[in-house]
Design a protein around this ligand. Sequence first.
Ligand code: GLU
Length: 426
Amino acid sequence: MVADKAVDSANKKQENMDVLTSTRAVVKLALEKLGYPDELYELLKEPLRMMAVRIPVRMDDGAIKVFTGYRAQHNDAVGPTKGGIRFHPDVTADEIKALSIWMSLKSGIVDLPYGGAKGGIVCDPRQMSFRELEGLSRGYVRAVSQIVGPTKDIPAPDVFTNSQIMAWMMDEYSRMDEYNSPGFITGKPIVLGGSHGRETATAKGVTIVLKEAAKKKGLDVKGARVIVQGFGNAGSYLSKFLHDEGAKVVGISDAYGALYDPDGLDIDYLLDRRDSFGTVTKLFNNTISNKELLECDCDIIVPAAVENQITEENAPKIKASIIVEAANGPTTRGATKILTERGILLVPDVLASAGGVTVSYFEWVQNNQGYYWSEKEIDEKLHEIMIRSFNSIYNLAESRRVDMRLAAYMIGVRKMAEASRFRGWV
Ligand code: GLU
């Protein structure tokens, strides 16, 4: 068992290294396609700043446990950096670096005045009490306080973090700063300066691009059979939105297993029974594995969980004609190639999941101006941005005969490359 765990964690480290390597490879290709010199790649292949911290927390049994955390700031040529903080046992430095590069690309794609950043803490929040999580959240903010702030680097939620954690972090920062700083972090509860529509933003953005992709493929979302892998923030809201649009959600999953029913699942029931970490399959006996789920019959797959789910091994067996990546990095590079060759339309993560950071930007703008918008205004603005971004990437992919991931990277990297040049960095 212990040996198994060691092997698992070694594999995870290797996978995270691969994620960084493949991200770099696509960034390099995108810069080459745009005709930029090698120096730009040298600048953009690593975050400008990477901080590793140790966070002591007194646990409920009285003992002190010391956690490791990271904050990577990829590039701040365009503006302050921005990106979420994840709490997960598999967090590694390389993964956080790759995620910070993806945040730069997302900001470039939806044209926000930000560079990318990402944070993470190696921990398992499912095994921690509320009090321990509060201590860890506050400790993280104290540890990274010198490099974050409303005009420097603005954190947000990510895997296994939520509005309560953002609230503790904002409170801790405000105490240190000695004034109320809602613009320090986004994804806050509404009463603390959070934005309408932030909680559902990633899922709404995914729904918008999924509908555009379906149009391109001549597929009607009404009645389309969809598999959603992951039932966390993105996956659960997305299942609900697609179900409400008339799609048939035939498969869902969580970290422990998956459910598949060709006649469609009872999404409202599953949403009602899921816990705050998105766990629901434990309540059922007839589960299948996540791996099996991805090979089931369907029209659309939305991976909304973690990295490296669609690989060279299962890509040839996938039945869907559209894949929309709601998670960060769910498809490996080799798998992207196979899927593209098979004519499957792959809407890449840096585009599909950019709704979250877009509404985070709206939240920050509202905090800075002290004037708040209605949900309707937020929805309209998000809709316009997602449609525009989808079309510019789709059209570039068509005209340059590249896959949508490379087209997305080309658009995502351009503003940051130009800003770095104007500043005289390269
Ligand atoms: N963690 C989210 C992402 O990966 C949101 C980041 C943000 O809102 O700043 O896009």
